[in-house]
Ligand binder design. Structure first.
Ligand SMILES: Nc1nc2c(ncn2[C@@H]2O[C@H](COP(=O)(O)OP(=O)(O)OP(=O)(O)O)[C@@H](O)[C@H]2O)c(=O)[nH]1
Ligand SMILES: [Mg+2]
Length: 238
């Protein structure tokens, strides 16, 4: 079973379109994953998001947070309420196509991968100029500093093996760097992963990402996780 967790903050303009995408894709998701549940975790949006999510209750299981939890915090809350062996995440902004959960699963052959990761850095992607440059820099950083072949470490559509994600939940951040941090964790631990090109469309509604502020946060997370993991490995070897 696949549990798809979608953090949501002030996305009233995209919620209906994302629900429509799911209505078309649910039969195919069921075929490949056995069953699927879609948990939308609203973080006390100040627009109509919570009401709209509930209007599309044929698609979404809606969770409304009591206090703001952040992007990563919302995923952690969704995880606790979900039951799937596989955990998918994506955005509530219509940039992704839920069919790509199947694209990622088809790419996985071994079954020992902890992460199935989308890649938005390709010709048909709507990734814009500054984001393209920033994400290409992350790709180089992964190759040079972490010796990893991960192409798009901050891509927002991905599937985790539940057990692996749960093992690291306390170490992972609650803010927008959560998904990126899981890529760092996978690279440091040299865990098996697969990656595949995914659709990436222009966003509906306002982005919550501030390129420079969040870019530096992402780098800080990479540095902190590398330092802590190396320290733990060193302790183990003593
Ligand atoms: N629950 C919750 N969701 C959040 C928060 N910040 C962002 N989100 C949601 O998390 C997803 C990712 O945020 P985005 O603004 O799309 O960030 P991004 O994908 O890096 O940037 P874009 O490429 O511009 O879409 C969206 O579905 C947001 O609504 C938050 O603090 N809490
Ligand atoms: Mg987005």
């Amino acid at each position: 079973m696949l549990s798809i967790i979608i953090p949501c903050l002030n996305e009233e303009r995209a919620i209906a379109e994302v629900a429509d995408k799911f209505r078309v894709r649910i039969p195919m998701l069921r075929k490949h994953f056995g069953n699927v549940e879609i948990l939308a975790v609203d973080d006390r949006s100040t627009d109509n998001s919570a009401q709209l999510l509930k209007q599309h209750s044929d698609v979404y299981i809606t969770i409304v947070n009591e206090t703001r939890a952040g992007y990563g915090g919302a995923i952690k809350i969704g995880l606790r309420r979900s039951i799937g062996k596989f955990i998918g995440i994506m955005d509530m902004d219509a940039t992704y196509d839920p069919a790509d959960f199947v694209t990622l699963k088809m790419k996985s052959q071994e079954n020992d991968e902890v992460l199935l990761l989308g890649n938005r850095i390709h010709r048909d992607s709507a990734l814009n100029g500054l984001r393209w440059v920033g994400n290409s820099l992350f790709k180089s950083m992964f190759r040079l500093a972490l010796d990893s072949k991960i192409h798009d470490p901050s891509c927002g559509i991905r599937i985790f093996k539940r057990q692996w994600l749960e093992e690291h939940l306390t170490t992972l951040p609650d803010d927008l760097s959560f998904a990126f941090a899981t890529s760092v964790m996978c690279a440091i631990q040299k865990k098996p992963f697969v990656q595949e090109n995914v659709h990436y469309y222009h966003r509906i509604g306002e982005s919550k990402l501030q390129e420079f502020r969040d870019g530096f946060r992402f780098l800080n997370v990479a540095w902190r996780l590398s330092r802590d993991t190396k320290a733990r490995l060193h302790e183990k070897s003593l």
